[in-house]
Design a protein around this ligand. Structure first.
Ligand code: UT7
Length: 324
């Protein structure tokens, strides 16, 4: 089958500050009960004022290197998924590369909002399978708190901050689906739906990053159907059924969306990695944060088949089938 991209290390970083639903009750007209019932979120992490997306990405990257037993010199490049970069330019990836003291190599940011990590994983996987890189750091990092409208109860109770990282390494696989690596990725966007979830402003509109504006109910509806479609496509493409999946690692936007996808797959919730209750929606960071948590606590083991999926602004959505 040739070269495949194998996950050889993972890492995560969550800011210290915990913002609870009780804290939010003091800020907007909401309740712990409403937030839990509608989203499943109990608390979330918020970065310090002077803590940037790049700082969090760097911390997660260092953990991933440690877990993989590697040094920055072993890595050929960095792909970062983020919607909330430190600066308009240079990229967060360039900052991570520079701060780690890596040798010059490719470094780029990928912007697909909450689907960002799946897109970044796919981009990195393609570089590796083409032979243009041997080992890449792939990071999802966000400071969503910096673009939240803290007066909008429809969104401020949902979004949060954090970073997750994986190291992908090209390895020869002659075992087909039984071998470790990324077996397929499936990426989509429907730009006609871009107004459903967007920022109010942006660099070339006003020079201001803007704040999140979301038509929650509409996005929810599409999220449920796109997730079901892309998960089905991923299984069909690989000629497997849902019983071949050991762990579903979904984007953590809303427990009801996650439960709906699991139900469509006929998977029990104890095969699903859930962090939304403690992390909230960390956009591009949510999938690698969930992945790292389940690897570190021993739920996900070497050889397990993982189905990663996400959906977000654009609208964008995607999935990846990965044997760990
Ligand atoms: O990660 C990117 C993708 N994003 C998503 O997947 C998010 C998708 N959307 C959702 O997760 C859900 O739509 C929400 C959690 C955002 C909202 O849940 P919902 O069940 O769709 O509620 P809703 O928007 O239909 O609002 C129901 C009611 C409204 O009041 P009325 O019009 O029925 O009187 C809202 O004004 O709840 C009200 N409401 C709130 N009440 C208390 C909205 N936000 C809040 C709040 N606290 N924080």
């Amino acid at each position: 089958m040739g070269i495949q991209s194998v996950i050889t290390g993972t890492g995560a970083y969550l800011p210290e500050k915990i913002l609870t639903n009780a804290d939010l009750e003091k800020m907007v007209d909401t309740s712990d009960e409403w937030i839990i019932q509608r989203s499943g979120i109990k608390e979330r992490r918020i970065a310090a004022k002077d803590e940037t997306t790049g700082d969090m990405a760097l911390a997660a990257a260092k953990k991933a290197l440690e877990a993989g037993g590697l040094t920055p010199q072993d890595i050929d490049g960095v792909v970062v998924a983020t919607t909330t970069p430190d600066r308009t330019f240079p990229s967060v990836a360039a900052k991570v590369q520079g701060e780690l003291g890596m040798a010059p190599g490719l470094a780029l940011d990928v912007q697909a909002v909450c689907t960002g990590f799946i897109y970044a994983l796919s981009v990195a996987d393609n570089f590796i399978r083409l032979g243009q890189a041997k080992r890449l750091l792939v990071i999802g990092a966000e400071k969503m708190s910096s673009i939240v409208d803290w007066k909008d109860r429809g969104t401020c109770v949902l979004f949060a901050d954090g970073a997750g990282a994986v190291i992908l390494e090209g390895q020869e696989n002659d075992k087909g689906l039984e071998g470790s690596g990324i077996h397929s990725t499936h990426l989509y966007a429907n730009g006609t739906q871009r107004d459903l979830l967007k920022t109010s402003d942006g660099t070339s509109m006003s020079g201001d990053a803007g704040v999140i504006e979301m038509q929650g109910r509409e996005v929810f509806k599409y999220a449920v159907s796109y997730m079901a479609d892309v998960v089905e496509e991923t299984l069909a493409h690989n000629n497997i059924g849902p019983d071949a999946i050991d762990w579903l690692v979904p984007h953590q936007a809303n427990i009801r969306i996650i439960e709906s996808t699991a139900k469509k797959l006929g998977m029990s919730m104890d095969k699903v990695v859930v962090t939304v209750d403690r992390h909230g929606n960390t956009s591009a960071a949510s999938v690698p944060l969930a992945l790292d948590e389940a690897i570190c606590d021993g739920r996900i083991k070497r050889g397990d088949m993982l189905l990663l999926e996400a959906m977000g602004g654009g609208l964008t959505w995607g999935a990846a089938l990965v044997r760990y």
